[in-house]
Design a protein around this ligand. Sequence first.
Ligand code: ME8
Length: 672
Amino acid sequence: MSRFYITTPIYYVNDHPHIGHIYTTLVADTVARYRRSKGDEVYFLTGTDEHGQNIERAAEKRGIAPLQLADEVVSRYHSLWQDFSISHDDFIRTTEERHRLGVEEMIRRIEANGDFYTSHHEGWYCSSCEAFYTDKELQPGELCPVHERPVERRSEENIFFRLSKYQDALLEWYDGREGCVQPESRLNEVRQFVASGLRDLSVSRSQLDWGIAFPGHPGQTVYVWLDALTNYLSALGFGRQGKATELYDQYWQGDSPRVHLVGKDILRFHAVYWPAFLMSAGLPLPTQVVAHGWWLRDQQKISKSVGNVVRPDDLVAAFGIDSLRYFLLRDMVFGQDASFSDEGFIDRYNSDLANDLGNTVSRLVTLSRRAFDGRLPPTPGDGLRAAAEEHLASYQQHMEAYAFQRALESLWKILAETNQYLVANEPWKKLKDPEALPQVSQVLWQSLEAVRLVAAALLPLLPEKAPEVLRALGLAEGQGTALEWGELPTGSELPAVSPIFPRIDKKAYLANAEVAPSTPAKASNKETTLQDKTPTPSDGETSAPSPATPSPATPIPAAPGPRADTIDIEQFFATELRVATIEAAEPVPKSNKLLKLTVEIGEPEKRTVVAGIAKAYAPEELVGKQVVVVANLKPAKLMGVESNGMVLAASESGQPVLLHPQRAVPPGTKVR
Ligand code: ME8
């Protein structure tokens, strides 16, 4: 048993989370789950970075206090991490008292080592990076090299950290501790930056109030990066006394892994400044800083100003959390940039999840039930074992090396081998031949066992869907999770299966029509026949070989069906319902029915929603009330006013009666 500490960056609260933040967090979650499954004692930390000028300005723009803005965005993060089944052990906010104590202790130690001095400072400042740049580093037009936005000329008296003193020690660390910065290509960038000469770093700001006061230097506020980086220690209790430092002693001492997972944009802060601060404070360094690449949208950088930010909600509402988890882990070669597109997402889902995994499970379960009277095959076999074990071993190697796409490819090779094995043995042709049943049993049991291994290996990556696959194989909660051949029972009961990954109708989705996963209501009414989900050549799928179509299935009597007009849960979740606070209300000119409402719905900007409630409510009684809004409705013009959403009301004899949450919740909270 080993201890394992993994962290994500702490995210700024001046914007709502998008796919990039989700990516880093779900990678950390996957690693944490994987390590736990290997028996490690894991501590997984995430959180928010709430100080600094960016946040101060964003709050000012909204006319609220910075902490109020932070509270709002933090509640978004909490609900998102819950939705994504993120298994973090702690969530730190830099506005917490425990964090301030850690920062103060860090500063005390660096000061004691004589590594601070005060000096006048002038340079180009990017408030998005919260960093100074030299003329040489700027992009043409005096633009920030990271954000490509204008920088400001700043001149202040600041406290400096003697970063230059640590140049050699840093180079020694990179060379002496293999894998301390990953991937290798990124380490080279960092090494080059350090080798080309380090300048001392300004670690205080005099023109900023929103932050931690620099101890012993009135009028100076701690530089947001020195503040933020220290979260990795303060969350463990660094800076406190007695029992409160237990986690720090366990996870930040000795040789057990301490891993910071970051995007490439902030590698310099983690692989240069942070180890230098720690060296100066006489503290152990992280054992690994691991940087991943950038998610682009349709090959373009994701940016609020371009308006191409990928917020997860729509995709999740339509396809579920684990489909998005799968796509993000499978489509990014870890360390490199990757591009997100709706089309790419749907193709990947249909080919890998709906077809290769989902169909294989449905087919095998259906065949086994048919051949063995609703049970798993009675006799096991070993023919697929060697191949499955080989691919599982490479899955494990890739997981340890953060090569998730390769780890998944290894698992999909098991599925491909299983399908080839089925095609070669054609068990569906022998179901009615009693003499062939022992062989059918071995073939099906092995195929089911191979799929079980894939599902068990998927548990850290797809924490909702992998257990569903295991359940579909007739396994009880927590059963069949070992990555060793032979765990699948023989002859036990095998319930009928409904599609785990219903196909997505790509055309319909892309045309912004209703999402049409392949008729789940119908599928739940009868067993999936082998033909049901087999992609036709016109689907244009690239997929692993599938079992050939068997002889027509014996009809299976339908269970009592649901109402004809039911929808399934995915269809319900396509409607995004959120709590909104009404900030202003006024009549729509020339209408006696409509009110124009300005609502706060947890987004940076406010929205206008037009509601047909004027006959039942006066505008002034609505202000400050919370209502439920359909947030993903196409905009519509009503009496010349554009409405972005719809307010929900009960209709009592044609009179609207508004729905309110039973107690106040943060605007933007999901209703489900
Ligand atoms: O930098 N693709 O916070 P931040 C991939 N508060 N990952 C992305 C991404 C994208 N397009 N966009 C963001 C900060 N990320 C500081 C960190 S840590 C002590 C302080 C992810 O809210 C990626 O992990 O700007 C990146 O490093 C992080 O979000 C930046 O988040």
